[in-house]
Structures are given as structure tokens and as C-alpha cells.
Design a protein. Sequence first.
Length: 150
Amino acid sequence: MPVYCNVLYPAREAAVAAPKGDISLMFCQGCGHLYNGSFDAQKIDYSLEYENSLHYSGRFQEYADSLAQDLVERYNLHDKTIVEIACGKGDFLAQLCQLGGNRGVGFDPSYEPGRHSDAALHDVTIVQDYYSDEYADVEADLICCRHALK
């Protein structure tokens, strides 16, 4: 199977030559987690071409708006620091920051600098890297991780 489901290739030839990997679906009786037992992290490269944002979908935008509003209200996220691990292109983090007047730090190697206006990313910093021990000193009032499993 293709390794990526979120890369748009410029031509058929590039798509046919896309990296491939094996799938062995496994199920954990203890927790109910379904996963690929043959997953090989060495085949993954979350570059700028990786596009996992669904914020162009009206239905997804309604969901994201509702989730962001709920989090801000439920946890009183006003003038707080929010960290999002695997923030993708930064859309949801920017939304959380705008709704509550928050500061944000996002981590994602596939982040595309210049994708958003400076106003949209006011008080948001995106680190174009995986979150790791290197960033353990980044303090946060809320840490969210919506799209990453390891």
C-alpha cells in the first residue's frame, strides 16, 4: 500500500512510484486499539508535500470550530499558552489562540511557512520538527495532540 494517503503527486508516474509499505492489521484485546503491525517509521518523511489539513472542508470546519469553542469555554482558555503536537499546518492551533487570546506553540515537520497570514498566526510559533525531549522545557496550560499516534 502507499505509505502516504495525504500527498498529492504532480503526475501519474510520480504517484505510481510513491513509497509503499506493508499492512498487517493488529488488534489489542486489552484496549481495543487497531494498528498496523508492519508500520515502518523509517519510510515516513513528513515533508512540506504532506497535506493532512481538512480545514478546506465546510463540514470539518464546523467540527473544528465547535471543538475549539468547547475547549476554550470548558477549560477557560483565555490568555493561556497552548501547545499542539503534530499541529499540521497550524489551523486548529491558530483558531484556539484567536478564540481565547492565547499564545501557541505547534510542532510539526510538515508545517508550511508562509501558508497563513501574519494576523492568523499572531502569537503562534510553529516549530518545524517533531516534538521530543529537546522541547521538554516548553511550558503549556493545555497540550493537545489530535492527529498523531505512535
